[in-house]
Design a protein around this ligand. Structure first.
Ligand code: SAH
Ligand code: F3S
Length: 450
């Protein structure tokens, strides 16, 4: 049977899509190859959010094709996901050795297309058409495929985004918002829990808009909060997370859900993008600095230990030194547990790409570095504040770097390493934090579990 290797770029949605495609192929008799060179089929699941991510996948494909040719190996190669969707046939025109281009609404067709390519009945396949109900087609899981997936799983609840932030290519690559139904999602979660999963992360590009058009609010609770409550009822499930929300989705019903639903972990990744009202408006984000600060305040009032993470873009067109300083001051005020900083990257067919005052790369670099220094300084202080604390972790499995160490996550989503063994896997346990490393906490279970 043919073997396949899938390499993933970008976000957790992409990781989930890759996993679903892999599971689907395994169900059809394919095996998962250990390396690219050992595989009959290599698929690159791509990201278009920044130019760098696209370039990485294109260079990778050039290398793959070159190596296969020099070793005289027959290999089917393809692009899938966001860049496949936005560039389509153009990818084959540019890289004629590419056999398959599979768009973001076509993942469930992977096996069928690969069968045809391997059998030689078709030479090239490009499919980026829209497909109704494709949001519910990503359902297979590779549970028990690795230690980590048996404990923690991702479940895709919706596809697409209608927010149309002016810098963002996602509405073009992922399409209009389309949500699955609550019973369908709950059934998938139940199935995962029956196979040993203890933690579920609900995924979507803008999860707080889940079901907005189809599911009416009930007792002041949005469709998304209704979904959280329904998943919360699953017996045996220990933890619920979600990503990515939009600040405008943090109504009182969601804040209240953190207080009301004990399985909902105290951790939120809320993309800020900028601390300047002027830039937020140009970005079409739909909230102000004050509104954002208000949300953080309410969340911390509901859950004082909540871990708050964010995304920030520096060097958006027209961003002045004053605008940037507003971002710095907001970061000082909020004290994020961590922030992912991105240098603005022009994306084709997005409104921001043609705005006046595109900033030189040197300014983007310089602001990136200044903000990174501030964010890291705050994050390090936050890490150090864990020393001596007792925290609950869910143990995922052996650490990738050192198999004698086991790794787990706190409820606020920090990684903890400890000297563990296979008997700890999948357990919820308490550890005492002894020291910190770069973005890691080191814990000792013996101190608490005598
Ligand atoms: N809602 C999705 C957005 C995906 S993009 C999510 O939060 O996962 C992830 C992050 O990439 C965004 O929050 C933004 O900070 C950054 N980003 C998006 N488009 C960008 C662009 N054109 N240039 C630089 N960073 C960008
Ligand atoms: Fe992109 Fe904004 Fe949606 S960042 S994914 S358009 S919320």
């Amino acid at each position: 049977m043919p073997s396949v290797f899938i390499k993933t770029y970008g976000c957790q949605m992409n990781e989930r899509d890759s996993e679903a495609v892999a599971a689907q192929l395994v169900a059809k008799g394919y095996s998962l190859a250990k390396s690219e060179s050992a595989a009959d089929v290599v698929l690159l699941n791509t990201c278009s959010v920044r130019d760098l991510a696209e370039q990485k996948a294109i260079n990778k494909m050039k290398n793959l094709v070159g190596t296969a040719r020099s070793e005289k190996r027959e290999q089917i190669v393809g692009f899938m996901g966001c860049m496949a969707q936005s560039r389509g046939q153009e990818l084959i025109d540019k890289l004629p050795d590419v056999d398959l281009v599979l768009g973001t609404q076509k993942f469930h067709r992977a096996a069928e297309y690969l069968d045809e390519l391997l059998a030689g009945t078709r030479k090239k396949i490009v499919d980026t058409a829209a497909e109704a109900k494709s949001e519910a087609a990503i359902r297979e899981h590779l549970v028990n495929g690795s230690a980590k997936t048996s404990v923690s799983a991702f479940v895709s609840i919706m596809q697409g985004c209608n927010q149309h932030c002016t810098f963002c290519i996602v509405p073009a690559t992922r399409g209009e918002e389309r949500s699955r139904t609550i019973p369908d999602i709950v059934a998938e979660c139940r199935e995962l829990v029956s196979r040993g999963v203890k933690e579920i992360t609900l995924l979507g590009q803008i999860v707080t808009s889940f079901g907005k058009r189809d599911i009416p609010a009930l007792d002041g609770k949005s469709a998304f909060v209704q979904l959280l409550a329904a998943v919360h009822e699953i017996e045996g499930l220990e933890r619920i997370r979600f990503t990515s929300p939009h600040p405008k989705g943090y109504g009182d019903d969601l804040v209240e859900a953190y207080a009301r639903l004990p399985k909902l972990c105290e951790s939120a990744h809320i993309p800020l993008q900028s601390g300047s009202d002027r830039i937020l408006k140009l970005m079409h984000r739909g909230y102000t600095r004050e509104k954002f600060l208000g949300i953080i305040q309410k969340l911390r009032a509901a859950k004082p230990n909540i871990g708050i993470y964010t995304d920030i873009i520096v060097g958006f067109p027209g961003e002045t030194e004053e605008d940037f300083e507003q971002t710095l001051s907001l970061c000082r005020e909020v004290q994020f547990d961590n922030a992912y900083i991105f240098k603005y990257s022009e994306r084709r067919d997005t409104p921001a790409a043609t705005m006046p005052d595109q900033l030189p790369q040197s300014v983007r670099e310089e602001r990136n570095e200044r903000l990174l220094n501030l964010v890291n300084e705050i994050a390090a202080k936050k890490y150090d504040s864990f020393i001596g604390q007792q925290v609950q972790i869910l143990v995922e499995g052996p650490s990738k770097k050192n198999a004698a160490r086991y790794t787990g996550r706190t409820r606020c989503n920090r990684i903890v390493l400890f000297d563990g063994s296979v008997r700890h896997q999948g357990q919820l346990m308490d550890v005492k934090i002894e020291r910190t490393g770069s973005f890691t906490l080191y814990g000792d279970p013996a101190v608490v579990n005598l």
